[in-house]
Write a protein that binds this ligand. Structure first.
Ligand SMILES: Cc1ncc(COP(=O)(O)O)c(C=O)c1O
Length: 479
């Protein structure tokens, strides 16, 4: 093990970057200079924090950052090591910098570790990876699970569709038989297939604005025209939607995120739900309900989906495992009436024949044996804590500059900026000190209507990172 004293960590203490990042940069510098080599074991966090006279969590956060970036590898019960997967250091012979001339990562050619705030990603480190890997292995080595040598159903493995059917009725009040469920590679494929099945080129789909640009991309790929309907604190404005329906004879569908509106996090109010369903029925509009993070409700029970009330007639319901596990696990699902589902399945088969059968079998196993529910309960508790911690940190650091409602659920905060502040230029200033955040313009159909706001995902960041985000935003309000 490398002793803490052998590490020549140079920590600039001008406060422009959080301390854990300074430590992370310094370790990268040591690797680049060849003073730390592939396979070297780093000092334990206790020893290094004592030697640097910083809190142990700070060193832990630096190690986590570098592990996520691939510089370090954490080996359970053995320690943290320099990754084996690094190129030979270019500056092998460089002397260690003198104490008064720290080499900045930029000068030494290393990209700064950026603290990236997602738009609401889960923490993939919490995923039950071992259980999933075990279930995947079982699926691969059990011929009946992978259909012998033959192709399977383009709607997905029946075992997963049946497991989801049971899960969704219990968790979300959705009565969908397995045959009304189509497994997709994430809800993105579901959006694309729904658009292709429902919309003729030139037809109109109404969407929430601000909203989810990747949904708009899927609708446009089907040749549809995408028109925005404003969102307020109760969700999509149904009166404005009704007016749009009156003047747009080609309006065919409406895309909504009723549970936690993307990006503003609000829940569609009860009255609005009823009026939306009534309007859709009267105008023969199909609702595409994107219920992407249903389980993450911290105040009370989740609100049942529109589809639970309306049934699948005139509704396409989309779900995803991206928030429950990780976006890298590409599995989502669509529920629709048989005629629409068949059209979606036909289109899916044309581009993707069938899904990832071993993965689908493995996920079915995780649902059947309760692992997915156990994981969800644990993740919900952790995200609830992170939401509260982050909300408090933002209030402390930025209370004079932003307003927000603590969301009842979901994995992000929506910060509205005080009048006069510009989200895009604030985000650009933050980027210069290594913080990446999403300003409102990213969620606008028309940049001229961009909300002066940030969507800040908190679930994937640990406590130290969440505090850093608030502090870094404060440091860049107007510098
Ligand atoms: C509004 C919305 N819908 C759906 C998803 C999930 O997408 P996918 O299942 O393709 O990973 C996301 C993920 O960020 C999202 O923000």
């Amino acid at each position: 093990m490398v002793s803490p004293h052998r590490l020549k960590l140079q920590l600039a203490s001008d406060g422009t970057r959080p301390l854990f990042m300074e430590i992370a940069y310094s370790i990268i510098g040591e690797i680049e200079r060849g003073r730390l080599k592939s396979g070297d074991r780093l000092p334990g966090t206790r020893a290094l924090s004592a030697s640097l006279k910083v809190h142990r969590n700070t060193v832990d956060a630096a190690y986590q950052e570098l592990t996520m970036q691939g510089w370090l590898v954490a080996r359970p019960a053995r320690g943290t090591f320099v990754s084996d997967d690094l190129p030979e250091p270019a500056g092998q012979d460089l002397p260690a910098p003198g104490p008064r001339s720290p080499v900045s990562p930029t000068e030494s050619g290393t990209a700064r570790p950026t603290l990236r705030v997602s738009d609401g990603a889960p923490d993939a480190r919490l995923m039950p990876a071992t259980q999933l890997a075990r279930a995947f292995r079982t699926a691969l080595t059990t011929p009946v699970f992978i259909g012998g040598g033959d192709y399977g159903d383009p709607r997905g493995a029946i075992r997963l569709r049946a497991a989801l059917s049971d899960y969704l009725v219990a968790e979300r009040g959705l009565t969908a038989p397995a045959n009304d469920i189509l497994i997709t590679r994430g809800s993105q494929m579901g959006l694309y297939l729904a658009a292709a099945a429902l919309l003729e080129p030139g037809q109109v789909i109404a969407v929430e604005e601000p909203g989810y640009p990747l949904a708009w991309a899927a609708f446009r790929a089907a040749g549809a025209r995408v028109l925005g309907v404003p969102v307020d604190e109760h969700g999509i404005d149904v009166d404005r939607l009704s007016a749009l329906a009156d003047r747009e004879p080609d309006l065919r569908a409406v895309y909504v995120t009723p549970h936690h509106q993307y990006p503003t996090t609000v829940t569609l109010g009860a009255g609005r739900r009823l009026r939306l369903l009534e309007l859709a029925r009267r105008k023969r509009l199909v609702l595409i309900e994107d219920d992407y993070d249903h389980e993450y409700r911290f105040e009370g029970r989740p609100v049942l989906p529109l589809t639970a009330r309306a049934g699948t007639e005139g509704v396409v319901y989309l779900g995803s495992l991206s928030k429950l596990l990780a976006p890298a696990v590409r599995v989502g699902y669509a529920i629709a009436a048989p005629a629409i589902l068949t059209r979606m399945a036909d289109r899916r088969e044309a581009i993707d024949r069938q899904g990832d059968v071993p993965l689908e079998q493995a996920l079915a196993g995780l649902i059947e044996d309760g692992e997915l529910r156990r994981h969800t309960r644990k993740a919900r508790r952790i995200y609830n804590e992170r939401r509260d911690l982050f909300a408090a940190a933002i209030r402390d650091e930025l209370g004079d500059h932003v307003t927000f409602d603590v969301p009842a659920g979901g994995l992000a905060l929506w910060l509205r900026l005080r009048c006069g502040l510009d989200a895009e230029s604030w985000a650009a200033r933050a980027a210069r000190i290594g913080l990446e955040v999403s300003p409102g313009v990213k969620f606008a159909l028309d940049a001229a209507r961009a909300p002066q706001a940030f969507r800040l995902g908190y679930a994937s960041l640990n406590e130290a990172d969440l505090r850093s985000v608030a502090r870094m935003l404060k440091n860049t309000i107007d510098s």
